[in-house]
Each structure stands twice: as structure tokens, then as C-alpha cells.
Write a new protein. Structure first.
Length: 243
């Protein structure tokens, strides 16, 4: 009777060897809870990404930063907790929730939902704007004023002062040297790109290039707070600023 071959649990891997190196071995990981453990066996490469929480908590589909958005043919949505970088299958989340996700609401992954009380207690900063990380935000249109041409109120102007640091820092960093995973995460989340012109490839809109060049992307900063700050700055612009 033959011996059943070991296989990596990752649906997009399924390799039958733990790795190519002599020190590679199979790893058992629990994606459930301590009370209700759900163990899976992973190869060496998938284990590394699993330990970095780069997997859908429902189906345990592991992803890498270099993977394209549709590498497995499914839509992903990013958690909006400040300290979390996890992405989750929209289909898996909707199945678990028993209904469709609201594209205009902030999304919190299952792990962060369990730790929400502790997370909110530690977080002393103002609540973020309820804009979906996966919504297709086209910033040039979003920055324009309303049809009535009204400008920001005094309160909005005061709020925008908190974010003036973005415009005060002078760009001095080669964008090509930025961490590819960070750049991709911003592009994937907000689709902050201009449509390609001719044969030119898509590029980040100028204000985002400035943001990256100034290197103000920090672990504690959120994509939504950055988007909110840029919209406030755009709303506070006067005709004199454009001259």
C-alpha cells in the first residue's frame, strides 16, 4: 500500500515538497482559534507568507506582494484597521456575513473584529473617513469642488492644517527606489493612476508621486487619512493658488 504524499494546503501552491533547500521542511499552522484550532500544512515559502498574515482567513489562500490583483481570479478587499495589512476574499467575506459587503463602508477583517475593543482603546487618533479601500476612487474628479463652486468652510480649513506637512516636504527621492510592495499596495487599494496616454504606461497622479517622494508613508499612517487630507487640501485651494 502506497504512502500518501504530503501536499501544501495553499490552494494556489499545492506543491508536494516543502522546498528546494536542504533545511526546508513542512510546517503546521493554525488559522483558527485556540479553542477551535484549524491546522493546515504548508511548504516553507507559504509558511513565511502565512506568518506575515498574508492570507485570506476563510479559505487560507496565501498571497504575495508581487502577485497581481487577480492572480487567483477573485476580488480581494483590504482591512481598514490602522495596524493591519490583511487582504480578504470578498466572496469569502460575503459568504460568512450572509450578504453583500457595502462598498462605501470601512471594512474590518475577522481578526481585527475580534480585537476591535483593544484596537480602538489604543487608537487615540480621530476616526477615519468611511470610504471603502477597494472602491475605485478617481482623485482628479474627487478633488474638484461641487457644482455650486463653494469653497471649504472654516472648520474644513482648520482640519486641513493637520495635513499641511505633506505639501511642506520637498520631494527628493527617486520613485523607482521605493519599496515595490508599498507602491503596489497604494495603487491596488486606491487605483491612484491616470489612464495611459498613447503608449505610455499608467502612472500615479502627481499628488501621490509627491506623497511617495516625500517619503511620508509610515506604518501608523492610513491610506484613508491620506486620501482625506488630499481632498481637504484640494477643497481649500483658491483661484490665487493656481496662478
Amino acid at each position: 500500500m502506497g504512502v500518501l504524499a504530503q501536499q501544501c494546503f495553499n490552494p494556489n501552491c499545492r506543491r508536494r515538497s516543502p522546498g528546494d533547500g536542504p533545511t526546508c521542511r513542512w510546517h503546521v499552522r493554525n488559522y483558527g482559534s485556540e479553542e477551535e484550532p484549524q491546522n493546515v500544512t504548508l511548504c516553507n515559502a507559504c509558511k513565511i507568507n502565512f506568518d506575515q498574515r498574508k492570507y485570506c482567513p476563510y479559505c487560507v489562500q496565501i498571497y504575495r506582494d508581487k502577485d497581481p490583483d487577480n492572480f487567483d481570479g477573485k476580488e480581494w478587499r483590504g482591512c481598514d484597521t490602522r495596524s493591519c495589512r490583511r487582504w480578504v476574499h470578498v466572496e469569502c467575506e460575503e459568504t460568512a456575513a450572509g450578504g453583500p459587503l457595502n462598498p462605501r463602508e470601512v471594512y474590518i477583517c475577522p481578526t481585527c473584529q475580534q480585537n476591535k475593543c483593544a484596537t480602538r482603546k489604543r487608537d487615540k487618533r480621530p476616526a477615519r473617513s468611511s470610504i471603502s479601500p477597494r472602491s475605485s476612487l478617481h482623485f482628479p474628479a474627487a478633488f474638484s469642488s461641487d457644482e455650486g463652486g463653494s469653497r471649504a468652510t472654516g472648520a474644513q480649513r482648520a482640519d486641513s492644517e493637520e495635513f499641511n506637512e505633506y505639501s511642506k516636504r520637498s520631494p527628493g527621492v527617486d520613485l523607482s527606489k521605493l519599496e515595490a510592495s508599498s507602491l503596489k499596495r497604494y495603487k491596488r487599494t486606491f487605483r491612484l493612476v491616470e489612464p495611459p496616454a498613447g503608449k505610455d504606461s499608467e502612472r500615479l497622479i502627481p499628488v501621490v508621486e509627491e506623497h511617495f517622494a516625500a517619503q511620508v508613508v509610515q506604518e501608523a499612517e492610513t491610506l484613508l487619512s491620506f486620501a482625506h487630507s488630499v481632498k481637504l487640501r484640494a477643497a481649500c485651494r483658491t483661484p490665487a493658488d493656481d496662478e
